[in-house]
Design a protein around this ligand. Structure first.
Ligand code: 2NL
Length: 367
């Protein structure tokens, strides 16, 4: 009897003094574990006479309960202290001063997008946007891209798996396979089917193609432009692109070269090169020592105008398209497209722009 009381006093005192959770666990094993001292006492009940068991049972069970309660209490106290220490260590001093200068910067793609929107706004173009998940009809069919065109192949286009909608659609709103848009042209298709001409829009945004190497990323940024009005001709196209490229590269000596080309959605189609001059081994836009391709364009194909429900004898137009990432590389002198999307803070610090920066030709133009 006196032994059990002494045992309880000692055990509760040692538990109350356990320094941490692992020391406490050691004590739990020592008293209540399979080979524990309290457990051993409980086992002796089996060998006792009924009278003995009647008197000893409540005492030994009482001891087990006190030890168990002491462990639970100590555990709660140690955990509370641990949390308290952690919170104390994580205190944020809100009275600290703000950083001397802003830490973030504007990504070159955002900078160039803003420049493009501003230049075209000055020429009377509105900015149009649309969904990145499109249907087969708006991305391909309405643009006179045939069923057999290589761009439609699985290895170029990211299609969504959807058996119910399998196959192309014949008209707008008829469903058809869903896909990640491969260009921003479906935005122009949406504009032409939703509003009356005259139309003057640019459509900037993300586009997706199943392609990946030093000069291609599966997602990139495109900008397209569209004008639909009466009596539009190639002269309007050339003036618009020349005015745009001179403003963008901030030089009056930008020279354009128009080469005949082919796109299903334009007829005739023209590829646009800008001239460059080599200064100290670097290509600088302006002059005509060499040529770099910067845009694809042409007069909107009659079939595209018809597909959008307009009369091609009444309405004509021109369209163009180019890569925003590529324009940024040319203007600001980056050479690896993949770095655009790595999110490396050092690259962003080097090439990023201050929030209200005025664009300059600092980087020159790369290859
Ligand atoms: C390129 C060429 C181009 C267009 C895009 C277009 C859109 C409509 C109708 C007709 Cl709705 N054309 N867009 C036209 C010519 C070229 O892009 O090389 N892009 C990277």
């Amino acid at each position: 009897m006196a032994d059990l009381q002494q045992l309880e006093l000692d055990a509760v005192a040692r538990i109350g003094a356990a320094a941490d959770l692992s020391a406490l666990e050691g004590l739990r094993v020592e008293f209540l574990g399979k080979q524990g001292s309290v457990s051993a006492l409980l086992k002796t009940l089996g060998g006792m006479s009924p009278d003995e068991r009647q008197s000893q049972g409540p005492l030994i069970n009482g001891l087990r309960q006190s030890v168990s309660d002491a462990i639970t209490a100590r555990k709660a106290a140690l955990e509370a202290a641990e949390l308290e220490a952690k919170l104390a260590g994580e205190t944020i001093d809100l009275t600290l001063p703000a950083p001397d200068s802003a830490r973030g910067s504007v990504h070159p793609v955002s900078q160039v997008m803003d420049e493009l929107a501003e230049i075209f706004a000055d020429m009377g173009f509105a900015v149009a946007t649309g969904p990145e998940i499109e249907d087969d009809w708006r991305n391909f069919t309405a643009l006179n891209i045939p069923e057999t065109h290589p761009a439609r192949a699985m290895h170029d286009t990211f299609y969504f798996p959807d058996e119910k909608r399998a196959g192309p659609a014949a008209g707008p709103g008829e469903g058809g396979r869903m896909l990640l848009r491969t260009h921003t042209s479906p935005v122009q298709i949406r504009t032409m089917t939703a509003q009356e001409p005259p139309i003057r829009i640019i459509a900037p945004g993300r586009v997706y193609r199943s392609d990946s190497d030093a000069t291609h990323t599966p997602m990139f940024h495109q900008i397209e432009g569209l004008v639909i009005d009466k009596g539009i001709n190639l002269g309007h196209l050339k003036w618009t692109l020349e005015t745009f490229l001179r403003a963008f590269f901030e030089r009056d000596d930008v020279v354009l070269r128009l080469r005949p080309s082919y796109f299903p959605f334009t007829e005739p189609s023209v590829e646009v090169d800008v001239g460059y001059t080599v200064i100290k081994g670097k290509r600088v836009i302006g002059g005509s020592e060499g040529w770099m391709e910067v845009l694809g364009s042409g007069m909107v194909n009659r079939k595209v105008i018809e597909a959008c429900g307009l009369d091609p004898d009444e309405w004509q137009g021109f369209a163009f398209g180019t890569g925003v990432d590529r324009l940024a590389m040319l203007k600001y002198g980056m050479d690896d497209l993949r770095a655009f999307f790595d999110g490396d803070i050092r690259w962003l610090r080097h090439y990023g722009f201050a929030a209200l920066d005025v664009p300059t030709l600092s980087g020159g133009v790369g290859a």
